[in-house]
Design a protein around this ligand. Structure first.
Ligand code: G3P
Ligand code: CA
Length: 334
């Protein structure tokens, strides 16, 4: 019987090799899903030792964030999960975009020059082209690549469905519900839309998504509570924590409260220390800090050193990075 190494050197066995690679990858993804499930189930935390690489907005240091081009590179760079920030169009479609509005990452100002809302931002008037004012058809006309580099001209804002089609079977999905309360005021139910989309793709349960694990993240505790209680999802839920919400979640009793509806926390990396990791793990909560990128390595000389410190010294389970290619799969020795 051939071993994997024999197969790799057999030039006549290319399709067999591809199938072995796929099997290995699926096996790895199943282990990752199991590892997150373990945290959620409060079982042996130490058992979940494999570190998880979440590609933040794709490989967004190298390609325009939240484009299929960026997601594709993240897959090629070995991401375990690819992140999607979600927004909702005027006609109720989930799209992948970080901001509530389109002007930072597309040429909406050129294509639809009059379709803005004027409002005060930090006391000064500013123009905003909100996603919720545009149909998917209109948003698909926009160039989402040139702002990053002219060579990406023509890249489009992907729908969540397009992201699923690209990523499924190759890595996990890590969707974030962005501002669900704002969309709620407009008559949209972001949590339900997300679960419907996952269900339609047969990714709505842990077992259905064996080859494509799904973890849902949000800063909205109410949104996560709703996913967990009202909508009764069994998918892992990660509560994001930033400077604004730290006083609620990182005080005495805060993590215990989060544990009622979340299986993990995703704090800004500056909020994290070894003690917080221990407290979270003691409650069975996974820890996934954000965001690690070449342009912001703080006191560390290199990004790999910084990520290594968080993963192997502080002991986080996973992290979000713009640079999937630099994720250290083992501790970096100084
Ligand atoms: O989702 C983790 C991290 O992405 C949260 O920050 O603003 O980049 O979505 P943001
Ligand atoms: Ca995000």
């Amino acid at each position: 019987m051939k071993r994997l190494t024999d197969i790799a050197y057999d030039h006549t066995s290319q399709s067999l090799l591809a199938s072995v690679r796929l099997k290995y990858r699926n096996h790895r993804l199943r282990n990752l899903a199991a590892s997150h499930a373990q945290r959620g189930a409060k079982s042996n935390v130490a058992a979940a030792s494999r570190k998880t690489l979440v590609a933040h907005r794709g490989a967004s240091s190298y390609r325009p964030e939240h484009t299929l081009e960026s997601y594709q590179l993240a897959l090629e760079q070995g991401a375990d999960f690819v992140e999607q920030d979600l927004q909702i169009t005027r006609d109720g479609q989930l799209i992948c975009l970080h901001d509530l509005s389109l002007e930072r990452t597309t040429n909406v100002e050129d294509v639809f020059p009059t379709r803005f809302r004027e409002q005060l931002v930090v006391g000064r008037p500013a123009r905003r082209w909100y996603v919720s004012d545009f149909t998917l058809r209109e948003i698909k006309q926009l160039d989402a690549g040139s702002w990053f580099d002219p060579k990406f001209k023509g890249a489009r804002v992907p729908t969540f469905q397009e992201a699923i089609d690209l990523v499924r079977g190759k890595a996990g999905l890590y969707p974030e519900t962005k501002a669900p309360e704002v969309y709620g005021q407009l008559g949209f139910d972001m949590e339900r839309l997300l679960l419907d989309a996952l269900k339609k793709n047969n990714l709505g349960t842990r077992s259905a998504g064996r080859h494509t694990p799904v973890i849902i993240q949000s800063f909205s505790a109410e949104g996560l509570r709703k996913l967990s209680s009202t909508l009764n999802t069994k998918l892992p839920l990660v509560l994001l924590i930033n400077e604004e919400t730290r006083t609620r979640w990182l005080r005495a009793g805060g993590l215990e409260e989060a544990k009622q509806f979340a299986s993990g926390i995703g704090p800004a990396k500056a909020l994290l220390d070894g003690n917080l990791v221990k407290q979270a793990h003691a409650l069975g909560l996974s820890v996934t800090p954000y965001t690690f990128r070449l342009t912001d390595t703080g006191r560390f000389k290199t990004l790999r050193e910084e990520m290594s410190y968080y993963l192997y010294d502080l002991g986080v389970d996973a992290l979000f990075t713009d640079n999937p290619d630099l994720f250290p799969r083992a501790k970096i020795k100084e």
